[in-house]
Design a protein around this ligand. Structure first.
Ligand SMILES: Nc1nc2c(ncn2[C@@H]2O[C@H](COP(=O)(O)OP(=O)(O)OP(=O)(O)O)[C@@H](O)[C@H]2O)c(=O)[nH]1
Ligand SMILES: [Mg+2]
Length: 462
């Protein structure tokens, strides 16, 4: 019965011709074929960016009418190459104040202790990449802070002890020592909540060994013999030299200072993570048994705790010397290197796997636009299409988010509106296991079709 009723209803609709009406609404048949596009005469003088229109007669227009007829659409920008001034940082000779003071500070410590975070907190600017991954910093980064007549130059370097990736990190460790060689004062930054690796104590014994008992006794005796002259300076009198013990041949016991060793200040970072103060003090005692420090500070780089005290200490240690950089300079890094740092920080923070250690990047376009903004075109190069798809995310979501974050950071860093364009370039196409499962039989034409569908070449985020 039911079947018959339905059949009846359908036929009634057909009789009324309603089904045709409905069909027309959904898919209207084009009345006539499309006309080819004809260039409007006002576009023919090439103002729309095209160079065609030789045989077209352009009607003479009044200037204001011509202005009205000007095409109202965005101009096409041609990519400009990255200029030298963006690739290399240059600066003028600094204007010296009346009594210039200078201190070069080397940041040392195990990987992930918060060296870059401390430098950023001191400079109050995200110059160096910070992330929870080890070996985020791979090259030395120089930050400059000028306060009054004192200039502090910070050198952020990779971790001083090798991480789990021993082969690659050996090279990084040698870069960390370059920072030590250059500095006047060394900040040894330690993660207060992490159990120290025994290798860090070896480093402490090398850079600031505890004074041995003989030297400590000698220092005590010399201090007792010191006399104050008219100018208030403490000096060792001539006769005191006779009272000092004879030196062992080949050694010089009077040189109490190791001139070629810079003083070391211990910074116990991440105190916000320490649940109890006694853990912090016990960590301090542990380090004090291995080395002797010029000062000990507790800091939290993320909460900016203890940074002011540390800065005061560094200012006191500055020596009367001419400045090396102009007072307004924050870093010696070029603009393209700063872009790399910001992208690095994002990728290191975002990915858990080993992606961060397996990508290269380069800036390919640097186009100042008429509205005052700067268009930066940046390319991430990865080894194959599988890694590229990981960096892109589902429907390019990760890349879109990266673009947004990098734009925000660069705009706030430079104070210029930035239009950041980014894409991922795989060096070769590769199929992952799940791709092979999707393709099934793996016939060459199906593989080719799949490859073209998943190609990352066109994933430019605009
Ligand atoms: N809670 C807390 N986390 C911190 C602090 N300082 C740094 N961190 C975190 O520690 C991690 C490592 O910081 P980085 O500054 O990258 O450490 P690094 O010593 O420069 O590391 P490498 O460059 O890899 O040698 C990041 O996730 C920071 O957010 C701090 O004071 N408190
Ligand atoms: Mg770092």
């Amino acid at each position: 019965m039911e079947v018959q009723t339905r059949h009846k209803k359908r036929t009634r609709v057909e009789i009324l011709g309603l089904h045709q009406e409905r069909y027309r609404k959904v898919r209207p048949v084009p009345a006539q074929p499309h006309k080819p596009w004809v260039r409007p005469p006002e576009f023919a003088d090439g103002r729309d960016g095209t160079v065609d229109g030789e045989n077209v007669q352009v009607p003479a227009q009044e200037p204001d009418i011509a202005e009205l007829l000007r095409p109202r659409r965005p101009l096409n920008y041609v990519r400009s190459a990255v200029p030298t001034e963006a690739q290399f940082r240059t600066w003028d000779a600094p204007v010296q104040p009346a009594d210039p003071q200078l201190l070069r500070v080397g940041l040392m410590g195990p990987p992930n202790a918060g060296k870059s975070a401390i430098m950023n907190a001191i400079l109050d600017c995200p110059i160096s990449a910070v992330s929870p991954k080890v070996n985020t910093t791979r090259e030395g980064i120089r930050g400059v802070k000028t306060i009054g007549n004192t200039q502090l130059i910070f050198l952020d370097v990779p971790g001083i002890i090798p991480s789990h990736e021993r082969i690659t990190s050996r090279e990084l460790v040698s870069k960390a020592w370059v920072g030590y060689q250059e500095c006047d004062l060394c900040l040894l930054i330690i993660d207060v909540v992490k159990r120290p690796n025994p290798e860090i104590f070896d480093v402490v014994r090398k850079i600031c060994p505890k004074e041995d008992i003989a030297k400590a006794g000698l220092r005590f005796r010399m201090n007792a013999l010191m006399e104050v002259d008219e100018d208030g300076r403490r000096e060792l009198p001539e006769r005191a030299m006779e009272m000092l013990p004879r030196s062992i041949p080949g050694t010089n016991p009077l040189s109490l200072k190791d001139e070629d060793r810079p003083p070391v200040t211990l910074v116990l970072n991440k105190i916000d993570k320490a649940s109890e103060m006694r853990w912090v003090t016990s960590r301090e005692r542990e380090f004090k048994t291995h080395g002797q420090f010029d000062g000990i500070f507790y800091t939290s780089a993320t909460k900016s705790n203890g940074i002011v005290k540390l800065l005061e200490h560094l200012k006191r240690r500055a020596k009367p010397r001419p400045w090396l950089y102009p007072s307004e300079l924050l870093t010696t890094m070029s603009h393209t290197e700063q872009v790399k740092q910001v992208v690095n920080a994002y990728i290191f923070r975002r990915f858990n796997s080993d992606v961060p250690y397996k990508f290269e990047q380069q800036t390919v376009g640097w186009t100042p636009r008429l509205d005052g903004s700067l268009m930066i075109e940046h390319e991430i190069i990865v080894k194959d299409s599988v890694v590229a798809r990981m960096v892109l995310g589902v429907r390019n979501t990760i890349l879109q988010h990266m673009r947004q974050k990098v734009t925000e950071t660069l705009t706030s860093l430079w104070g210029t509106p930035i239009d950041f364009r980014i894409w991922v370039r795989p060096l070769k196409q590769r199929l992952s296991k799940s791709d092979l499962a999707k393709i099934g039989d793996g016939k060459p034409d199906r593989v080719k079709a799949f490859m073209s569908r998943t190609s990352t070449k066109e994933n430019i985020v605009r």
